[in-house]
Ligand binder design. Sequence first.
Ligand code: HSE
Length: 338
Amino acid sequence: MDEIKVAILGFGTVGEGVYKTIRSHERELTAVLGKKVVVAAVLIKNKEKKRNISEKILITTDFNEILALPNLDIIMEAIVEKEPSFTFLKKAIKKGCHIVTANKEMFAHHGKELMKLAKEYNVKIGFEATVAGGIPIIQTLQQLFKINRVHEIQGILNGTSNFILTEMREKKQSFATALNLAQEKGYAELDPTNDVEGNDAFFKLMILSRIAFGEEPDWNDVDLEGITSITSELVENAERLGLRYKHIASIVRKGNKLVGSVKLITVGKLHPFYQVEGVENAINIQSDIVGSITLQGPGAGMFPTASAMIEDLVFVNEKQNLQKVGYEKTNDPITAVI
Ligand code: HSE
């Protein structure tokens, strides 16, 4: 049987989740793709660390060894930070590989350039896992909101922050204890600064903005706040008033301008995010034809993120519906076209 040869870059929580899911869902993948998905290589950082990877697979710290593999079809990237990922992915695209990435920081900064390059080399990029973990928001917007004119998106986009806020309220935990737990559970980044300072939600918001509106606001104009100012006292006072703290990223079209913000705010019982708890994320889309839609689901963790990547593995293999204009939808109120 024909094979689809895959390399996984990074073997942290997400990379390992992808590896395990390719094995656990081999039957479904083969049925859908008509080919067997084979993990040919894994790029790791530390050779000393013990990992549960089959001996038949190339395990290396050198990306060039992976690039040199014959007939490599797909790179599944689960590294953090912009570099070296951006450089690796450019090289892979030029070699003709499809890309599936979970790297939001890199994609917020370089997504546009990668999409252009992918178009040039006739390959596809799946980036569902860059936003809101397991929630299929990217494909929902790209495939099912082609005609609707989106005018506002609001989201709880960082699982770690929402988990901390929930733990502090429900279990009266301190910020530090809740953060430790989020790290233990594999929700937080290795360095959780971007999670708690709001940068992670900001990167995801910019990726969403590009799909929904075809553009982004000037990054410097986006009000950016994390959750580090939260205290147990604030959480308790809000609860007494029937309110909950939520970390909400939003982007709204006002005339010809996009206005974005990432803020810690209190919401009441009637807000669509009041009941969004723990590691859950949620995204509310307001658009002209359908009205208001909210998608909710696990926003971080091994298998939710692996789920988004494994579905993208299928997406990038689909022959039809090649990404025509990348994610440059023009969605201004008058001339909305794709
Ligand atoms: N650290 C991220 C979060 C992982 O907590 O949302 C998913 O992007």
